[in-house]
Write a protein that binds this ligand. Sequence first.
Ligand code: GLN
Length: 234
Amino acid sequence: MSLTIQIAHLYGNIMNTYGDYGNIVALRYYAKMLGIVVNDKVVSLGDPLVADEYDFMLFGGGQDFEEKVLAPDFRQKASIMQEYIENGGPMLAVCGGYQMLGQYFVMSNGEKISGLGVLPHYTVNQANSRFIGNITIKNAKTQEIYHGFENHQGRTFLGTGEQPLGEVISGHGNNGEDQSEGVIYQNVFGTYFHGPILTRNGNLAKRLLKIILNRKLPEKNWDTLIDPLPAESF
Ligand code: GLN
């Protein structure tokens, strides 16, 4: 029987403006080369979240309005999410999803929405501007370079214990000021990159797949199996 990776697609039915489901497609593409099946399930408003059932979580991007709609439901899941994250649960949070993991998010109209509060970052607004365009960053630890597309009004500032996903080479990044983009906290990867990020950056997709599988089946040497796979950029 094939090994299976279970993915929770948080609010995937309302936070789907920028096609970030493609990140699941990318993980499925590389997992299939290893004979591994990837299943995904939307966990949205009013749905129970049993974190132990999942090996990975994706929280994609969306409009300010949808973030306001889901915020109360997401905060009700805070204790489950905090335990999952602090226990090293792997997750990719993109743009709006990334913003909502933090302390608060200010909408373009100035309305302040409380976030999950599990990660220390916070997001303030740009009343009449957006960061839109191609973006390239470099991760200081791995020296990997990632390419993507950003489209956000929010400006995010990292807090204690948070490292950026990368330093901006071109584009705006978290806030257009401190050259940071995204966040790495435990095994949570947050980013403003659409693309989707994992289809554009196979090196990052493989990195996340290693984290997922090393946590799920630590006795197997996944690096030797995953390193030789092609790192595509579609
Ligand atoms: N609505 C948020 C913003 O504009 C997030 C946008 C997104 O998910 N691309 O900053």
